[in-house]
Design a protein around this ligand. Structure first.
Ligand code: HEM
Length: 133
């Protein structure tokens, strides 16, 4: 039988489905950003080539959620909030980010609905917290 320590050691990273699930979510997120005109303002803020972001975001989220820390080791001391501070993020672009991410998580259909909802809520709060004004 699992001990208390073993049962509580399951990280959000594991619960969401590991790097494969994070890649499904972030690929869907950038597909939505690319294809859905509802996210045109958000898309316009990003570079033409989204390939670096398709590599970077799942790697960031992996370490952030308790999984492999490759992105964090490659970017020592880099703070996501400070990194975004110089960008012209207003409430509308932050709302677009949060909505596209919420849809991407739902479309990727993680098995654990509780952790999926927690992920969507937390990332939405982070995005909205990056908006000026
Ligand atoms: C609030 C709305 C947001 C906007 C408008 C936004 C926009 C951007 C832009 C323009 C870049 C530079 C990449 C490029 O030019 O293609 C970037 C990088 C990045 N963003 Fe955001 N972002 C937002 C929210 C977030 C949130 C909430 C997270 C994390 C949970 C995040 C994670 C990242 C990561 C990991 C990078 C790449 C950093 C690196 O690896 O150097 N972004 N973002």
């Amino acid at each position: 039988m699992a001990t208390q320590a073993e049962t509580t050691a399951i990280s959000p990273f594991d619960r969401i489905g590991g790097i494969a699930a994070l890649r499904r979510i972030t690929d869907r997120f950038y597909d939505l950003m690319d294809d859905d005109p509802a996210y045109a303002a958000l898309r316009a803020m990003h570079a033409a080539d989204l390939a670096p972001m398709r590599a970077s975001l799942p790697s960031f989220l992996a370490g952030w959620s308790g999984g492999p820390r490759d992105w964090w080791e490659a970017n020592p001391g880099k703070c996501m909030m400070s990194m975004h501070a110089p960008l012209a993020i207003d409430r509308e672009t932050a709302r677009q980010w949060a909505e596209a991410m919420r849809r991407a998580i739902a479309d990727a259909a993680p098995a654990d609905l509780d952790i999926a909802a927690a992920l969507a809520d937390t990332l939405s709060q982070m995005a909205l917290g990056m908006a000026k004004g």
